[in-house]
Design a protein. Structure first.
Length: 156
């Protein structure tokens, strides 16, 4: 598996999800055992559903464990703090509309545009990478080209 870059917050979020899934797995094991005791497993809907749900949980648990093992914390990496990189919070002005926009560049796992977190692999983030405060960039987006003035680059 390739390296996965996460912020400390994203790493902790995945750890919390993993802990919750393991808790659910333990509860589900009890339910499956209770359904198994009811007899004929071929026609036991509770048992069949429990096993299917268990397979989904186990797949996600394995996926999270792999991701957490391969994860590198961005907060600990030596990066040029003047440039826009993964983990940077960028304040910019849309030169066309005059609106001020603030986004934090995150991994795909952490991306949530409603919370101001965009994936570093998104077209907007790709156009911002390497830019510094005081520069203007042209970013080609599916909806057309944007002209953005980088006002501030922060790492929180």
């Amino acid at each position: 598996m390739s390296e996965i870059y996460l912020t400390k917050e994203g790493f902790e979020k995945l750890q919390a999800e993993l802990a919750e899934l393991k808790r659910q797995k333990n509860e589900l094991s009890v339910e499956i055992n209770e359904a198994r005791e009811q007899g004929d497993l071929k026609e036991n809907a509770g048992y069949i559903y429990g096993k299917q749900k268990q397979n989904v949980l186990m797949t996600r648990i394995s996926e999270l464990e792999l991701r957490l093992r391969a994860a590198k914390l961005v907060d600990n990496l030596a990066v040029n703090k003047d440039e826009v990189r993964l983990g940077a919070t960028v304040t910019m002005r849309d030169e066309n509309s005059g609106n001020t926009i603030v986004y934090t560049l995150s991994s795909a796992d952490e991306a949530n545009p409603a919370e101001g977190r965009i994936s570093v692999s998104s077209p907007l983030a790709q156009g911002l990478l390497g830019a510094t405060a005081g520069k203007s960039v042209k970013v080609r987006l599916p909806g057309g080209e944007k002209h953005l003035a980088i006002l501030k680059v922060e790492y929180r």
